[in-house]
Write a protein that binds this ligand. Structure first.
Ligand SMILES: Nc1ncnc2c1ncn2[C@@H]1O[C@H](COP(=O)(O)OP(=O)(O)OP(=O)(O)O)[C@@H](O)[C@H]1O
Ligand SMILES: [Mg+2]
Length: 454
């Protein structure tokens, strides 16, 4: 059957179709549309469009350059979705064509269902990708070590993942607290939800508050237009990680406590209350109980956080993990730096096990990385780990500078101390300054004076 010139058949197949001329008068209306708006099709022709169908806005498309428009009509409790197209001949507008995609809410429901289903599938796909990506970096599989302490830690993580309780992770710097928090999240039934972290260290108070709770439009000068959602809200249906919670200013602790207790947050500059369902994991490298005794941490907040405590053991208490950690780091660096270390001299492990690792796994990794830089061949030797050099003797022949030798050796000691501290804290100046018991600006000043790269 030749249907190529049966325009009428095509036009009638559309749920609704109308065409107007440049005066806004109807030149065409199909049967289904006439039925829908309850008009006489023959009489309608030639009439102004709103005389036939008062809600119509087709004639507005005659003006301007908008070539395409979508509009929604609500009539008699029904709703239709229509598309409007400007008709042009040699660049000049000669009329407007409007066609309906659906003519009732049922049709709309179906349409939404179809789109939302495909959108949902798409969202699921991306969520899975993100999860796969995250979990390769931060899952329990990445917690290396087979010592008893590490096994016990993994067991605690698995247990915490089955619960909704607040977890408080305590551990020295570099022990893997962040890794633990991620692992709990990724093993929990919130794994598909967001993992949002907040670190209060080194942030001014007002900034922490707006990061945590967000603010309303115009809450303060310099506030972003339209306001901002806080991390609490962003963590809805997922996990909120309060990293270095010991650094949370005292003045903000009551507000944080309220949010944790009620699951409700109040944006800055707003009275409105938002319900948030976020699982809380907090981490600290200081004994919060001690801080409570010193009145630097609120006891009520401490008890609210300390529901399921997890203690991450320092590396010196699980030294048998060292070979596994070192091998893993070496392999990673082989790939990353194009090195070819296939052998580690057993002396290396003996040396590394004799050290106490105050900077824990992070420090170990940094030392391995530094040692790898010396390695030329395929073996990692103990000599590449220079940090254990015996400093008890002073080589006075080396003190031939113009300077006063006492000043020179003090300066040298200071330089070494700062360098070592920076290595331990992964060049985190805030932490290094805290450890050295000096201010951050003073640390910068000393680094510049001693010729340490900032
Ligand atoms: N058991 C482990 N196996 C492998 N890598 C680990 C392990 N624990 C920690 N790491 C690694 O050590 C480094 C430091 O870990 P992380 O950042 O989690 O420490 P942290 O306890 O949060 O330290 P800080 O208190 O200084 O923030 C990271 O590179 C992490 O991947
Ligand atoms: Mg951390």
């Amino acid at each position: 059957m030749d249907i190529s010139n049966r325009f009428e058949m095509f036009a009638e197949a559309i749920p609704g179709l109308m065409v107007i001329d440049t005066d806004g008068n109807l030149v065409y209306i199909n049967e289904q549309c006439a039925d829908y708006i309850k008009c006489d099709r023959e009489k309608a022709r030639g009439q102004f469009v709103t005389d036939v169908f008062p809600p119509s806005c087709m004639h507005e498309m005659l003006k301007g350059n908008k070539k395409y428009n979508v509009c929604f009509y609500f009539e008699d409790g029904r709703m239709s979705v229509s598309s409007q197209v400007q008709l042009r001949e040699e660049g000049k507008v000669v009329g407007v064509l409007e066609y309906d995609t659906v003519q009732d809410l049922n049709g709309l429901d179906e349409m939404f269902m179809k789109y939302s289903e495909s959108l949902r599938q798409e969202a699921d796909y991306y969520r899975e990708q993100v999860r796969a990506f995250q979990s390769t970096k931060y899952s329990i599989k990445n917690i290396l070590g087979s010592s008893k302490k590490t096994q016990e830690l993994k067991h605690q993580i698995e247990l915490a993942a089955t619960m909704q309780s607040t977890v408080l992770i305590f551990g020295e710097t570099g022990t893997g607290k962040e890794l633990v928090a991620h692992s709990i999240h990724n093993l929990s039934d919130r794994a598909f939800g967001p993992f949002v972290s907040v670190n209060a260290a080194g942030m001014p108070e007002s900034l922490i508050e707006s990061e945590l709770f967000g603010y309303e439009d115009g809450a303060f000068t310099g506030a972003k237009r339209g306001g901002k959602r806080g991390r609490f809200e962003l963590a809805n249906k997922g996990t909120l990680f309060l990293d270095e919670v010991n650094q949370m200013p005292l003045s903000l602790q009551p507000k944080l406590l309220r949010a944790l207790q009620e699951g409700e947050i109040e944006k800055i500059g707003s009275e409105e209350i938002t319900k948030v369902d976020a699982r809380i994991i907090a981490a600290t490298n200081r004994d919060l109980y001690e801080m409570v005794q010193d009145n630097t941490f609120r006891d009520d907040l401490y008890y609210r956080l300390n529901v399921f405590p997890i203690i991450v053991p320092p590396l010196r208490e699980r030294k048998s993990d060292i070979p596994e950690l070192v091998r893993a780091k070496v392999e990673e660096l082989n790939l990353e730096r194009g090195k070819k270390i296939t052998r580690i001299d057993p002396e290396v492990f003996r040396t590394l096990k004799s050290y106490d690792w105050p900077g824990n796994i992070r420090e170990l990794y940094n030392r391995v990385e530094a040692a790898m830089n010396y390695a030329e061949g395929d073996t990692l030797y103990q000599e590449y780990f220079k940090f254990r050099a015996d400093n008890s003797r002073v080589n006075i022949d080396e003190l031939h500078s113009e300077e006063n030798p006492i000043e020179a050796i003090k300066k040298e000691a200071e330089r070494k101390l700062i360098n070592e501290t920076l290595i331990r804290f992964d060049h985190n100046k805030t932490k290094a300054a805290e450890f050295l018991k000096i201010s951050r600006p003073l640390l910068y000043q000393k680094m510049r004076r001693l010729g340490i790269k900032v």
